[in-house]
Design a protein around this ligand. Structure first.
Ligand code: ADP
Ligand code: MG
Length: 324
């Protein structure tokens, strides 16, 4: 006998309905109800992942569930907000319960480890895609906007960039890496770690912040634009992972370092006066924080400088869905 196919209601009930102790009302009514803590601003963001555009067909569903939430939490981190609630809208080609259970497992595990309650969403049939909305809280005046960079500020980067792009290139058969580095890069691509703790701790220290999703140069360019300043980045200061260092094609390595997307590290600016505090924070969080450049006066632009300060041409300035 063929097992009955689960209904939309059963899928929601089984896989996406969980207690939401931090909400007044969670999944199941026409709206969720939430009460932000006294005096806090709500920070709200949404991000969509579409099969074939943001992830390859056949991606491990558990990792995909993790990533769908992680890329959204990364935006809260970049705003300096504490993550509170998430909504998940998902289009599924079929009610494949093993797939849905694995996806929900990845999503909910990250929600639990970051203290986020899932409070609603929407479930429909369609080409595989998901849109997550997250809300967080930030004390007014301490949010990390893109527009706060000041001339003379240092430019900082958490972790390193380029690994996610290397992972994608491996999966697409464009490059080859030793097995252990390949595994590490695919993990960076498919299971990014949102820098929530760092984002929260940068409140009162950083003058601006952004998460690196499009490519380092492009994303620092967004800070420069929003802050009406110029940004100088020094190629020799950029942290390089072991995978990136092992890349024999130095042109490609440089392209991924500056233009590879999907790393979800935080790039931020901070006054020189807080250098020691940021070095101590890196120690405490066990997360490298590296000074990679300086904010300069002038029209908004990003210049990447090599040895002797000579500008380096940056071929790939980040991903744009509507540009070739
Ligand atoms: P409506 O028709 O009012 O949009 P739905 O039947 O779509 O209601 O959803 C019923 C409840 O289940 C709502 O509370 C909605 O937020 C929640 N919900 C639906 N899909 C999901 C999902 N994928 N994840 C979490 N909650 C969901
Ligand atoms: Mg609905």
């Amino acid at each position: 006998m063929k097992a009955a196919v689960a209904s939309e209601f059963e899928l929601i009930q089984r896989y996406f309905t969980r207690p939401a102790p931090s909400a007044v009302l969670g999944v199941g009514d026409d709206c969720a109800l939430v009460k932000p803590r006294q005096g806090m601003l709500l920070a709200v963001s949404t991000d969509m992942l579409v099969e074939g555009t943001h992830f390859l067909a056949g991606t491990d569903p558990r990792r995909l569930g993790h990533k769908a939430l992680a890329v959204n939490l990364s935006d809260l981190a970049a705003m300096g907000a504490d993550a509170r609630w998430a909504l998940l809208s998902i289009a599924l080609p079929a009610a494949d319960e093993a797939w849905i259970a694995a996806f929900a497992g990845g999503f909910l595990a990250l929600a639990e480890s970051t203290g986020v309650d899932i409070i609603g969403g929407d479930t429909t049939r369609g080409p595989l895609a998901m849109s997550v909305t997250v809300t967080g809280e930030v004390p007014p005046g301490l949010e990390l906007r893109r527009s706060g960079a000041q001339v003379g500020d240092d430019i900082w980067l958490s972790g390193s960039t380029g690994d996610a792009a290397l992972g994608l290139a491996c999966l697409q058969g464009r490059i080859e890496l030793p097995e252990d580095l390949r595994t590490a890069c695919c993990l960076r691509l498919e299971c990014p770690e949102p820098r929530l703790e760092l984002g929260g701790r940068l409140r009162g220290l950083a003058s601006s912040a952004i998460d690196v999703s499009d490519g380092l140069a492009a994303d620092i360019g967004h800070i420069a634009e929003a802050s009406s300043v110029a940004a100088d980045i020094y190629l020799d200061l950029l942290p390089r992972s072991s995978a990136l260092s092992s890349c024999t094609d130095t042109g490609l390595a440089q392209q991924y370092l500056l233009g590879g997307g999907d790393d979800y590290e935080l790039a931020f600016t901070a006054p020189v006066a807080v250098r020691a505090q940021l070095d101590a924070l890196a120690q405490e969080l066990q997360l490298p924080l590296t000074r990679i450049g300086v904010i300069q006066p002038g029209a908004p632009r990003v210049v990447v400088r090599g040895r002797d300060g000579v500008p380096v041409a940056v071929a790939h300035r980040g991903y744009d869905h509507f540009q070739p």
